[in-house]
Ligand binder design. Structure first.
Ligand code: MRU
Length: 355
């Protein structure tokens, strides 16, 4: 698909979908220059897409992994159910090793696995059930995002100037987004808002993806270098911050794109509400605190080059963690599809989910 000013996410409808027994996704590496779709015919191609960030963002990679299972299931040509399941167990493990931090990936794989283990169906029926589960996870993601957006509105006012980091929009989900979903819903209800978008080095999800989404939605925004955010807060030019999440643990500590922690500290110093918007599938009750979450280290080239052009000397040490941990005490509230959580998160997260 060629880029045209009129071609937007609204034209594509979904970041990822199942079409003609293939997985079709927006190739996010090409944006904003071109809106191009990437077609995967095997789970190996889905793994490549996740690793190379053709698809990225916690909920989107969860759905990609689910569709990866559906592709693999279709491609396994055995009649014995035991053999089918043992082959799929290997696939599940391969998909689980595509990226380590966002818990939605493991959550979605577990959701698919429950279908496999809880069913007495034949191999052919199982293939259908796996695909139908993957499709329902995709649909559920959109509904969840719309509810997160709806729930978040009451935290914002007319005139708010909102800072966001990374891309937690349609492209990070199946559609609509989490943090950007909240901004979308606030804009629909209280039109007089403005947004600052951090460029989000090194992969530039803010500059390339969030700016692209907001532009086509006609939501007023200004793109800034990451280092500008603190000065804007000092100048009282930011009234609220909202970000997405890759994993939230039992005590409310939240892992999100590198740079989020610094923003939360600045927000605290400047008395600015700091909100996390995420689906409940991003909550990991198996882990107690932020330090337990594995943080992905990505390639040095993401730092030493920009758009394939080298910007640093060769043979130097580079540290490139993709995510950081925002401690629970820096988070004013967590906006989920089930409502808004406030501290103390150890209590509210648990009681809230069992409601
Ligand atoms: O490395 P990425 O681009 O996959 O990281 C994405 C983020 O950190 C997002 O902010 C997060 O997944 C929330 S997306 C709804």
């Amino acid at each position: 698909m060629k880029m045209g000013m009129e071609i937007t996410m609204n034209a594509v409808k979904r970041t990822i979908k199942w079409e003609d027994n293939k997985v079709v996704m927006v190739d996010q590496r090409k944006l904003p220059e071109r809106l191009e779709m990437l077609t995967c015919i095997s789970h190996y191609e889905v793994i490549d897409a996740i690793k190379s960030m053709a698809i990225r963002g916690a909920p989107a990679i969860g759905v990609a992994a689910a569709y990866g299972m559906a592709l693999a299931a279709n491609n396994i040509k055995v009649k014995s159910k035991a053999e089918f399941c043992s082959k799929l167990a290997v696939v599940k493990d391969e998909l689980a090793h595509s990226r380590p931090t966002a818990v939605n990936l493991f959550w979605a794989l577990d959701e698919i696995w429950k279908v496999i283990t809880s069913s007495k169906s034949s191999v052919d029926e199982l293939k259908e059930r796996i695909l139908s589960k993957a499709n329902s996870l995709a649909e559920q993601d959109i509904k969840t995002n719309l509810s997160i957006g709806e729930n978040g509105v009451r935290l914002f006012e007319d005139g708010d100037i909102i800072l966001t980091h990374c891309n937690a929009g349609s492209l990070a989900t199946v559609f609509y987004g989490t943090a950007i979903g909240v901004i979308r819903s606030v804009f629909q209800k209280k039109r007089n808002i403005k947004v600052f978008v951090d460029e989000t080095r090194p992969v530039l999800q803010g500059a390339r993806l969030t700016a692209w989404e907001l532009k086509y939605d006609k939501i007023p925004f200004t793109l800034i270098c990451d280092s500008v955010a603190g000065f804007l807060m000092y100048q009282k030019k930011i009234t609220k911050i909202v970000v997405g999440a890759d994993r939230i643990v039992t005590n409310g500590d939240t892992v999100n794109k590198i740079g989020t922690y610094s923003l939360s500290v600045l927000a605290k110093v400047h008395n600015i509400p700091f909100y996390v918007a995420a689906p409940t599938s991003t909550i990991d009750f198996n882990l107690k605190k932020g330090e337990d979450i594995p943080i992905e280290e990505r390639s040095p080239e993401e730092v030493t080059t920009i758009m394939d052009k080298r910007i640093a000397p060769c043979h130097i040490a580079v540290h490139n963690p993709a995510f950081d941990i925002t401690p629970n005490y820096n988070i004013t509230a967590i906006i989920t599809e089930n409502g808004i959580l406030e501290p103390p998160y150890e209590k509210t997260l648990k009681s809230f989910l069992t409601k």
